[in-house]
Design a protein. Structure first.
Length: 282
């Protein structure tokens, strides 16, 4: 039998083998990340159900929607840096809304985000470090521990690494224990070139730092409105953080923001604030 006679059989066998490998990997990775599409219990207000689906290593988060009756002025009044968290998970719908507030799309024609950006260059990249049993999908299922990268346009998370890396991230953050204890850490990195190629050095020293500050405050306010707490962390070894979470070579970490359920939620009142203001007026 000549080689040309067996080549079609060899090609067919290779294609069949690759198809089998693809099916096995797809099933295995999906099982690792959690489950098939799952109904989410209603959070906070309303009686709708939410779904999360996992396909080929991508977690499609519940779609953004109104979850809370907390007003903007109340969220500002109650905003605090929270470093002590209860030993319980946040829900996947809470994570969905915090990520949408961070860098989600809020305009459909041009794809503008919740955060203002110089020239709409959008230099930020958002990563999520999920701890073991840190994000509840329902009463029995949890998002797999690992590092995920957020995609604004599809409102989804792509797995970067699997495994609970909070302790490694804590070490990279000078041992700050709230990084290791929070069920979730949001890490915001920047690709400075997206902005500096238009604005030069001013993009690096002014516009990108402004933008990440806007995103951080969005996290604070949405977390507060959802009954969660967070704190902005800037003290860490950049290269170490980049290695832990698997940043791309052109991405530089700027923020670590732990997110969790506060042990002691902060609640002020305008009555107390106004008394303070009046006391300073004499």
């Amino acid at each position: 039998m000549k080689l040309r006679d067996v080549l079609p059989w060899i090609a067919s066998a290779i294609i069949t083998l690759l198809l089998i490998i693809y099916i096995v990997l797809r099933f295995f990775l999906g099982a690792l990340l959690v489950t098939k599409p799952t109904e989410i219990p209603p959070p906070l207000i309303g009686n709708a159900t939410y779904t999360v689906s996992i396909v080929d290593g991508v977690v499609y988060l519940p779609l953004p929607r109104k979850l809370t009756n907390v007003s903007v002025d109340e969220a500002l009044l109650w905003r605090r840096s929270i470093r002590e968290y209860a030993e319980e998970p946040i829900t996947v719908i809470q994570l969905s809304m915090v990520l949408w507030a961070t860098y989600g799309v809020n305009e459909v024609r041009w794809g503008f985000r919740t955060t203002p950006s110089a020239g709409a260059t959008y230099p930020l990249e958002v990563y999520v470090v999920v701890g073991e049993r840190g994000v509840a999908i329902n009463s029995t299922h949890f998002l797999a521990a690992g590092v995920y990268k957020y995609d604004s346009f599809t409102h989804s998370l792509r797995v970067v690494k699997l495994g609970d890396l909070r302790k490694e991230l804590q070490e990279a953050a000078l041992g700050q224990e709230w990084v290791g204890k929070a069920p979730v850490n949001i890490v915001i990195a920047a690709v400075f070139e997206r902005t500096t190629r238009i604005y030069g050095e001013r993009g690096r020293v002014r516009y990108v730092p402004m933008e990440v500050g806007h995103a951080g405050q969005n996290i604070y306010l949405m977390a507060t409105a959802l009954g969660l707490g967070t704190v902005a962390v800037g003290a860490f070894y950049d290269d170490w953080v980049a290695r832990v979470i698997g940043l791309q070579p052109n991405e530089e970490p700027l923020y670590i923001m732990p997110v969790g359920v506060p042990q002691k939620p902060y609640r002020a009142s305008f009555e107390d604030i106004n008394k303070f203001i009046e006391s300073r007026r004499g």
